[in-house]
Design a protein around this ligand. Structure first.
Ligand code: OGA
Ligand code: MN
Length: 277
């Protein structure tokens, strides 16, 4: 029987009584959709998913994004976040895979740099390190609700420019080619997303560069203050991965980031599918 149990006050629920290798009944799929809207992050332990099962499960929630050029898995429905190279060994710290993983250590919403940003991400643990390499989530609904009413009203009218090339080049100038920068021009997103029936959410993260109509210094001050506010411990859930874990999260309700691990000594391999907006 499908069971959904809240994990933490502001976000997260554990889902048991489901096997992602088998077709999910209509009623269970409905319950999962409702639980995502309510809890923002679902943890499905003990799943032995392979790529095909992960894609089939993810498609329950809508069409999937095709992985962008420059990411591991480009052109497919899978994005591989791994420090393991094609020969099966750990890649050197200068490798693009490692730099991409380092970029994921900044708080972000997946694909916020696309004109229509990602709705859900589904991430499965294939190999995990003995320590570190957690994935952390910050509730942007809880953070928004905790702001002063006057600030809340002011933020509702603002838009931010999300700029992929800018954010990745802050991590490492070599992380984005000119062609990739040209394929991902800056896009405008609302600072507050109001579509969730359980409450509006802040929407910022690593790609948010400036507030439309504001200068750079004022923009950075506001974005960094709000990201700092939203990532206080009271709004955050840190997921320590176990073998067989699958997480589903709502990119329009949470930011997330990876925590560091010993990337030159231990293997970490995660596979993501992404439900488009
Ligand atoms: C992602 C991501 C963080 C991690 O899959 O989108 O940011 O912990 N992952 O690997
Ligand atoms: Mn991500």
């Amino acid at each position: 029987m499908l069971t959904i149990e809240a994990k933490a006050p502001v976000l997260g629920a554990t889902v048991t009584g489901i096997d992602l290798r088998r077709p999910v009944p209509q009623a269970a799929a409905e319950a999962l959709r409702a639980a995502i809207a309510r809890h923002s992050v679902l943890h499905l332990p003990g799943q032995a998913v392979d790529d095909a099962a992960q894609v089939a499960f993810s498609e329950l929630f809508g069409p999937l994004e095709t992985t962008r050029a420059g990411a591991d898995g480009a052109g497919s429905k899978l994005i591989v976040l791994s420090n393991v190279g094609p020969d099966g060994g750990i890649v050197p710290p200068t490798d693009r895979q490692v730099l991409n993983n380092r970029a994921n250590q900044s708080w972000h919403h997946d694909s916020s740099f696309k004109p229509v940003p990602a709705r859900l991400s589904i991430l499965s643990a294939r190999e995990i390190p003995s320590a570190g390499g957690n994935t952390e989530f910050a509730s942007m609904r809880a953070a928004f609700a905790a702001l002063e009413p006057a600030e809340l009203a002011r933020l509702r009218g603002l838009s931010a420019q999300h700029d992929f090339a800018w954010s990745r080049r802050r991590v490492d100038p070599a992380l984005v080619t000119e062609a990739e920068a040209a394929a991902n021009p800056p896009v405008r997103q609302p600072v507050v997303r109001a579509e969730n029936p359980h409450g509006a959410a802040l929407y910022l993260g690593a790609h948010a560069r400036i507030i439309e109509g504001w200068d750079e210094a004022e923009s950075r001050a506001l974005i960094e203050r709000l990201v700092g506010f939203a990532t206080q411990a009271r709004f955050v859930y840190s997921h320590r991965w176990s073998p067989g874990d699958v997480l589903v999260w709502d990119n329009r309700a949470v930011m997330h980031r990876a925590t560091p691990f010993a990337a030159t000594g231990e293997r970490r391999r995660m596979v993501r599918t992404t439900v488009a907006g």
